[in-house]
Design a protein around this ligand. Structure first.
Ligand SMILES: [Zn+2]
Ligand SMILES: [Zn+2]
Ligand SMILES: [Zn+2]
Ligand SMILES: [Zn+2]
Length: 377
């Protein structure tokens, strides 16, 4: 990965949680003056890339499950690490060099994503009430690994984050995928708040977990279409139920592969898999057909895969695989099920493992997620 020393940022590890700002918070819970890790932050196409020397990893992170974070990223949550204001100028320089696009969803945040690959790599705090006003956060999924200590510049994979809290969980309607982050290293207690940090805590995140049998017994809602939209509304479509299956449910799966991570900007993605074209209806009434519609832009993330994202808000929306004709994958984050994020009458979760399993940057986080994923009905 080409970068010069002028790109290097110094992060000071003096951040603590403040209960004043919704979304995308970060804590570096164990401050230390020793700088021993350098991470590489980048988007998938590498137009944006920035080495960041930071306190030893892993860092404690808080995941935001609010609808805005989900619909801007396409991921099931969003999470970022704060960068101190002393480094703002260097970040801004890298942003300009990469030609990142900005999406302004409200007065509190600017969301910066790559115009070429769609990866949401940075957020800038614009909330006038925030102590971090003007500061930048790097999205956790945009961290590609730890730059080698031996001066060889080689990237090493490793434990990058410890999820310690989840905010705006009530916004999901059914707990979303927040239950995937329980336990882990040392079986620590992960916190779940209904809203922001300091709001009412959810005592048992597993209260929403239903077995497959319970889901099957539940009365199917009348809803015959499942609406989907990115945050800005430039891409709209809906899903129809499968017509060639007894449950009529679509298959859903998780992915923590490096390609998803760097394309979306979050550590975990969730997908509705291999949906026949005639089950995904665009807002002009036509089924998807591998062509672009609305504000979609396309990025070829590998020889076989193309990823479509919204050119206005940057949400990751669809993925086509050249090897699988006539079907498309849809990102969970853009779905708007009235029954909750997991859309249990629509989706059957493949709990046998994370797809495709290999190439995961943060293996420790993967183990935690996999352990909890087995319990999802
Ligand atoms: Zn949020
Ligand atoms: Zn890019
Ligand atoms: Zn959009
Ligand atoms: Zn993936």
């Amino acid at each position: 990965m080409p970068f010069s020393t002028s790109d290097v940022l110094i992060l000071t590890a003096d951040y603590t949680l403040t209960p004043t700002q919704p979304c995308l918070r970060l804590s570096i819970a164990t401050p230390t003056p020793k700088m021993t890790s350098t991470i590489l932050a980048r988007c998938h196409c590498s137009l944006f890339h920035l080495p960041l020397p930071i306190a030893p990893l892993p860092h404690d992170t808080i995941l935001c499950h609010c609808a805005m974070c989900r619909r801007i990223t396409g991921a099931p949550y969003a999470s970022g690490l704060s960068i101190p204001s002393a480094s703002s100028a260097a970040v801004a320089e890298a942003v300009a060099k990469a030609g990142l696009k900005v999406y302004i969803a409200g007065p509190k945040r600017e969301w910066w994503f790559c115009a070429v690959c769609g990866s949401h790599v940075l957020v800038r705090v614009t909330d006038v009430k925030s102590e971090e006003k003007g500061g930048w956060k790097v999205m956790v999924g945009a961290i590609d690994g730890i730059v080698g200590d031996g001066g060889d510049g080689e990237l090493r994979k490793g434990s990058l984050e410890r999820v310690v809290g989840n905010v705006f969980v009530e916004d999901t309607g059914d707990g979303g995928l927040a239950m995937l982050f329980q336990g882990g290293e040392g079986e620590r207690k992960v916190k779940y708040w209904e809203g922001d940090v300091g709001d009412r805590e959810i005592e048992d995140i597993n209260k929403w977990v239903t077995t497959r049998a319970e889901v099957a017994e539940a009365e199917a809602p009348a809803e015959e279409r499942l609406e989907a939209s990115c945050h800005c509304g430039g891409v709209r479509f809906h899903l129809l139920r499968l017509d060639d299956d007894t449950t009529k449910k679509h298959r859903a799966s998780l992915c923590m592969c490096r390609s998803c991570r760097l394309s979306v900007g979050q550590s975990l993605t969730a997908w509705v898999m291999r949906i026949p074209f005639n089950r995904v209806i665009r807002d002009d009434g036509r089924p998807v057909d591998n062509s672009l519609f609305g504000t979609l832009r396309r990025y070829q993330s590998s020889e076989h895969k193309s990823r479509d994202f919204c050119g206005t808000c940057g949400a990751s929306v669809l993925c086509y695989d050249r090897g699988r004709a006539g079907v498309v994958d849809v990102l969970l984050g853009v779905l708007q099920s009235t029954e909750g994020v997991r859309a249990k009458s629509w989706l059957e979760w493949d709990v046998n493992g994370i797809y495709p399993g290999g190439d995961v940057v943060d293996k420790d986080l993967q183990r935690t997620v996999e352990e909890n994923y087995k319990r999802l009905g």
